[in-house]
Design a protein around this ligand. Sequence first.
Ligand SMILES: NC(=O)c1ccc[n+]([C@@H]2O[C@H](COP(=O)([O-])OP(=O)(O)OC[C@H]3O[C@@H](n4cnc5c(N)ncnc54)[C@H](OP(=O)(O)O)[C@@H]3O)[C@@H](O)[C@H]2O)c1
Length: 298
Amino acid sequence: MRILVTGGSSTPGYKLVLKLAERGYDVYAQYYSHEIPEIPGVRRVRLDLRDSDKIIDVLGDIKPSIIIHTAAVGDVDLCETNRDFAWRVNVEATKAISRFASRNRSFLVYLSTDYVFDGERGMYREEDTPNPVNYYGLTKLVAEGIVASSTEDHVIVRASHIYGFGMGRVNFARHVVESLSKGQPVRALVDQWLSPTLNTLLAEAIVEIVEKGLRGLFHIAGERVSRYDFARAIARRFGFKEDLIEPITSRDIVFKARRPRDSSLNTEKAKQLLKTPFHSLDHSLEILYREWLSARGV
Ligand SMILES: NC(=O)c1ccc[n+]([C@@H]2O[C@H](COP(=O)([O-])OP(=O)(O)OC[C@H]3O[C@@H](n4cnc5c(N)ncnc54)[C@H](OP(=O)(O)O)[C@@H]3O)[C@@H](O)[C@H]2O)c1
C-alpha cells in the first residue's frame, strides 16, 4: 500500500514515516527545507507546498492510495504576522491535496489542532463548536472544512501540543530538556492548559486509524495539564532540578498571536475505538525519557 506523508520532516510527521516504514508500507515522505535522513523503505520527496500545480503533478506521479497530510506552517506567531504565507501553505495546499484525493479516490488523513477552539472551557469534544482566536487556528479550521467537504473518505485528527524527539521545530518539551540539562532555567505558564501529545503515540494512533479504515473526526491527545506542571513533570522524570522551572502567567509574556487559555481535548471517542493506549502523562514521559537515553547511546 502506497502512503504519502506530507510534512515528513515535522515532529509528528517524522514519527509517522518511521512507524509506517516499520509496518512495511511503501512510504513517500514529503519535506521542504529540512531534508529527511535516508530511511529504508522510504522515498523522500522535496516539494514546496506553495505551488499547487506542482502538488497535483507530484501526487499524480506517486499515485498514493493514502495521503496523511501533516504539513502546515505550525508556528502560531509566524502565521499571525505572515498571513499570506500561512494561507498558501495551510489552506491552498490542503485544497490542492483534497482535490487530488477526491478525484483519485485516495483516503485522506488531515492532522489538525486544538487551536481551532477558543480555550474558554477546555476538554473539548469532537462535536464542540470551534472558534479560533488566532490566524493559525483559523487556517487549520478552514482546511478542516475543505477536507471534509471534498471527500467522504477522510479522517481529521486533532492533537494538542505535539512533543517529542526526531525531526521538527524545537517543541516545548525538547526546550525544557535541553535547557535543564545545561542547568538553565525555563519559564512556564501556570495559566495555560493543554493536553500534550507525544509524537510516538500520535503516530501509533494514526496508523491504527488508517488500518481500521475509520472515517470522521477524532481527538487524539494526552492528559490535561498546565504548561508549568508539564515542565515540572519533565524535570522530575529526567532527573533535573524542578526549581529551575519558573512559574509565570500570561500577563508576563506578549505573544504576537493570542493563545487559547485551555485548549485541552476530550479523547473519549478515540479511546473507545482504538487499541492504541492513551498513556498517563508520567507514562508518556517515561517513553520520552527512554527515547532520549537511546538517542544518546545510553
Ligand atoms: N506543534 C503542535 O503542537 C501541534 C499541535 C497540534 C497539531 N499540530 C499540527 O501538526 C502539524 C505539524 O506541526 P508543527 O508545529 O510540527 O509544524 P512545523 O514545525 O511548522 O512543521 C511543518 C511541516 O510542514 C512542512 N512545510 C512547511 N511549509 C512548507 C512548504 N512551504 N512546503 C512544503 N512543506 C512545508 C515543513 O517542512 P520543512 O521543515 O522540511 O520545510 C514541516 O515538515 C501541523 O499540521 C500542525 O497544525 C501541531
